[in-house]
Every structure is written in C-alpha cells, then in structure tokens.
Design a binder for this molecule. Structure first.
Ligand SMILES: Cc1ncc(C[n+]2csc(CCOP(=O)(O)OP(=O)(O)O)c2C)c(N)n1
Ligand code: SF4
Ligand SMILES: [Mg+2]
Length: 277
C-alpha cells in the first residue's frame, strides 16, 4: 500500500503573492489551510479546482490559492459560482464567503443556492464582524460584543446560518471551529464529496479588530475561547465560559440525497435540443 503524499501547503499557494495581507493569528488563515489540506487529501488537481470568493478578508483569501480563482463582487460569489458550476460540471467549485458577504448583502443568494441544490461547496468564514472594512456589526455579531457601529452592544438578534441553510433546503449542512483543524479539514472533505449544495459554517476569529475591540486577548486566547462555543457534551460545563452563548453544535448537522440541479438542468436542455419538448 502506498502512503498518501505528505501535505505541503506551499504547493497550493501563489507564493509570489507573499507576504499575505492577513493579521497575525487571523482565523481565516487556519481555514485556508484546512481547505487546502482537504483538497490535497481528496486528490483534486489544481486545474480542476475553482474557488469563487466575495469581498472581505474572507474573500481575499481565495486569491492566494494556486488554482482557478475568481474574486467577485460583495455578496455575489454564490451567483457567480452558480453560473460556473452549471457551465463546467467537470470543476470542483468552492465558494469562500464571509458572514457579512453571505448573510447580509448576499443573503438572498444563499437562500436560492440552498433550495436549488447545485453541486458546489460554500464555506462561510464567520468571525462575527465586517473585518475588512473596520469592524462594523454583522448578522452574526453576538449581543454582548462591541463593534464600531454598535459601541454599546448589538440590539439585533443574530442569524444562525446553519439553521437558515437547513430551512432553505440545503442538502448538506455542517459547522466547525478553526480551533479543530483536522476536524475542519475532514468536514470540508465530506462537504466537497457530497453531491449537491453543501454549506459549511467555519467559526473563525478576527483577532485584530473584533478581538481587540472586545478585549478577547491575542490569537491563542481567542482560539481557546472557541471551546466555550461548543456543545457541552464535548467540552464539559460551559455555563461559566461567557465568551458566546452556548449555541454551537459542530460536525455534519444534516445531509440528504436530493436531485442535483445541474444534472436535472442538463437533462432538460438535452430534451429541448432533441425536439421532444
Ligand atoms: C456593494 C458593496 N458594498 C459594501 C462594500 C464594502 N465592504 C467590503 S467588505 C465588507 C464586509 C466584509 O465582511 P465579511 O463578509 O464578514 O468579511 P470579513 O472581512 O469579516 O472576512 C463590506 C461591507 C463593498 N465592497 N461593496
Ligand atoms: S482585519 Fe480581522 S478578519 Fe481581516 S485579516 Fe485582520 S484579523 Fe483577519
Ligand atoms: Mg466577517
């Protein structure tokens, strides 16, 4: 039996773009590593991988991947990816989007991508804030956290992106924290292997803006705080860990076999061409 090739992230990066823009300890870098590790283990050739991203620190991450990358407009990566995945079913299409990109300006695209069930994977890097533009409130900002636009706390209830994706019909929904890199890599592998629309919420951290504004410490402390987000059966009593409400379950949250939109669409187009319809 041959051993799998060791993972060297440099083989998947555009090293000529280094140094990268990310702040020290930014969770998005960890998420990028998990994605590329998953691509490596799945044996996906670089010219068969397409990464479509929106605008934000999350969206900017895609540019470093040495594959087909497509840095699109704010909130619209799912719309661009839909066209690409329909036209090029031979490609593995992955969307990288942020909580603002995906749930605020791009919320409508998320709903329709979920119900359509086209074969692509959406990774939403959730750092609870608009990182790139200076730390404004996002649809996932916790009530007790401070942002530049909510200096006394957030009065709006938060979105649970996974519940939204499930309710809108996504056939695969999962969540993982950047603290658990192998688990995140495995979840991304499962999502990319699923036929249909897969949605993964990656709990990330904005160390420089959100962490600083909320006195959450440096990157290592923020990574440790993620423990407090997770289900109690995995990590003991979280009642005395006040970082975020105890609301997160991780892993594959739901998975169903549903008709894949691209296949249905192409079959109907073939019928039209044959003159039978
Ligand atoms: C149409 C449009 N509106 C607003 C902006 C400004 N803008 C750029 S990134 C961003 C928010 C990014 O937040 P998020 O998606 O959470 O990504 P993060 O930087 O936190 O990873 C906004 C509002 C824009 N580029 N285009
Ligand atoms: S501003 Fe925040 S999200 Fe953006 S690179 Fe820095 S730490 Fe990461
Ligand atoms: Mg964000």
């Amino acid at each position: 039996m041959t051993e799998p090739l060791a993972f060297d992230i440099r083989e998947y990066l555009r090293l000529e773009l280094m140094p990268h823009f990310m702040c020290p300890g930014c969770g998005h870098g960890i998420a990028l590593r998990a994605l590329l590790w998953a691509v490596h283990e799945l044996g996906i050739a670089k010219d068969k991988l397409a990464v479509v991203s929106g605008i934000g620190c999350s969206g900017r991450v895609g540019a470093y991947i040495d594959a087909n990358t497509y840095h699109t407009t704010h909130g619209r990566p799912l719309a661009f990816a839909t066209g690409l995945a329909l036209a090029r079913p031979d490609l593995k299409v992955v969307v990288i989007t942020g909580d603002g990109d995906c749930l605020a300006i791009g919320g409508n695209h998320l709903l329709h991508a979920c119900r359509r069930n086209l074969d692509l994977t959406c990774l939403m890097f959730n750092n609870e804030v608009y990182g790139m533009t200076g730390g404004q409130v996002s649809p996932t900002t916790s009530a007790t956290r401070l942002t530049t636009t909510t200096p006394t706390g957030n009065a709006e209830p938060v979105f649970d992106a996974c519940r939204i994706a499930e309710a809108a019909g996504a056939s695969f929904v999962g969540r993982e924290v950047t603290r658990q890199v192998p688990a995140l890599k495995n979840l991304i592998k499962s999502a990319m292997s699923h036929v249909g629309f897969s949605f993964v919420e990656v709990i990330s951290d904005c160390t420089e803006i959100y962490g600083r504004k909320n006195d959450l410490g440096e990157a290592p402390e923020m990574i440790l705080h993620q423990k407090a987000d997770m289900r109690p059966e995995a990590f003991g009593n979280v009642a005395d860990q006040p970082f975020r409400p105890n609301r997160l379950t991780t892993g594959i949250l739901s998975q169903h076999d549903l008709p894949e939109y691209g296949e249905t669409y192409r079959a109907r187009a073939a019928l039209l061409r044959s003159g039978e319809k």
